[in-house]
Design a protein around this ligand. Structure first.
Ligand code: PLP
Length: 399
């Protein structure tokens, strides 16, 4: 049936909307670091779909992997029953590039699900029920992940949530005393992203590791935004030299397809098999097409020198943006940056002006005074210079 409404009108009426002000641009195609609108306008992608499209859009190797796998087979059976090559190959590649102890992968569909799985497994292994998260953390929108969200205004309306959760202050070593022998796990983003890119202070993650070791608490790193080279090392845990007991991955993990994963030691993972058996079940987790795409994208990253180039690109962005009088601070690590303007209205104006300039950026969930810069890691010098010129031009126009 043909509707008389425009696609824009249908977008607002037919699709569930949760944002009062979505970007609302109709995108027709995406290639490299550019998104093409239905009207032919080109947008430089400075957000990568929030840390997803790290090897750029329409990467030929990723498309080929998707096509090849789709021809072989799509979904066959619930997770873990049949041997599917894309899952095994990807698990092998991932564990090869993670610390040795993180040697077993449970694939799911999303970041929230990965965190759900990690929390459940931690409870099952320790027999404890208390959990610790951090203020201004974001771990997803399902009930369990929401319980670990360190922001009451986003979760208050959805109570009751999981009991026994304590939110500590990020970077506050004194607060770590609240982790005790009744705590099953601590879930932490090594760099808090939605808080507006907050870095861990020197020694904080080490102190957290130490406290978890002392109390027999499992430490879970949520590397859903920080993984896959974004901060200048393959995973942020390598930058800070702290190995968690479990890591959760998603976003970039699927190379543009939906995929999440919990990675931990095999001895921990095996707890899913008893008391009860089938401790975690997923129909689509580790979809073969998503695993094939994710594996191809990760190989592209490993074969190109982009991770090594992250630092130089970051320094260029920091150096050129910091000097603008409207910029209070450029925070962050690698290509995961927050440009602090000190005012929500300035951020709103800037994002709008950037759209007009042909640049797609975005804000943060808990920090409305800064905007995000997290381009695909493959962005080249010329594209980066173009981005900076547009950002500076937008900032010049601020009222
Ligand atoms: N953890 C972090 C750090 C995230 O940024 C997100 C999503 O933004 C999630 C978890 C949830 O991932 P998903 O939206 O795939 O459920």
């Amino acid at each position: 049936m043909k509707s008389k409404k425009t696609i824009r009108e249908q977008f607002f009426s037919l699709l569930g909307q949760t944002s009062p002000s979505p970007l609302g641009v109709e995108i027709h195609k995406a290639e490299g670091v550019f998104l093409l609108s239905a009207t032919g306008k080109r947008y430089l992608d400075l957000i990568s779909g929030v840390s997803v499209s790290y090897v750029g859009h329409a990467r030929p190797e990723v498309i080929k992997a998707i096509e090849d796998q789709a021809r072989n087979h799509l979904h066959l059976m619930v997770y873990g029953e049949l041997i599917q090559q894309p899952q095994v190959l990807y698990a092998s590649l991932l564990t090869e590039h993670l610390p040795k102890a993180l040697n077993s992968v449970y694939f799911v569909n999303s970041g929230s699900e990965a965190n759900e799985a990690a929390m459940k497994l931690a409870k099952r292994i320790t027999g404890r029920s208390k959990m610790v998260c951090f203020k201004n953390a974001y771990h997803g929108s399902t009930h369990g992940a929401l319980s670990m969200m360190g922001n009451e205004s986003f979760r208050g309306a959805f109570r009751p949530l999981l009991p026994g959760v304590t939110a500590l202050r990020f970077n506050n070593k004194e607060d770590l005393q609240h982790i005790d022998k009744r705590t099953a796990c601590v879930l932490v983003e090594p760099i808090q992203a939605e808080a507006g890119i907050r870095l861990p202070e020197l020694g904080f993650l080490e102190a957290l590791r130490e406290r978890c070791d002392r109390t027999g608490t499992l430490l879970i790193f949520d590397e859903i935004q920080t993984g896959f080279g974004r901060t200048g090392t393959l995973f942020a845990m390598q930058k800070y030299g702290v190995t968690p007991d479990m890591v959760t991955l998603a976003k970039a993990l699927g190379g543009g397809m939906p995929l999440g994963a919990l990675v931990c030691n095999k001895t921990l993972m095996d707890a899913w098999q008893s008391n009860p058996v089938l401790g975690h079940i997923t129909t689509f987790g580790g979809h073969p097409v998503s695993c094939a795409a994710g594996c191809a994208a990760f190989q592209v990253l490993l074969e190109n020198g982009w991770v090594k180039e992250v630092h130089e690109k970051t320094e260029f962005l920091k150096k050129t943006l910091r000097v603008h009088p409207a910029v209070c601070q450029v925070r962050g690590e690698g290509l995961l940056l927050a440009v602090e303007l000190g005012s929500a209205s300035k951020v709103e104006q800037t994002l709008q002006l950037l759209l007009e300039e042909g640049v797609m950026a975005d804000g943060f969930l808990y920090c409305d005074t800064a905007f995000r810069i997290a381009p695909p890691l493959c962005i080249n010098k010329e594209e980066l210079e173009g981005a900076v010129t547009s950002v500076l031009a937008a900032l010049d126009k601020l009222k």
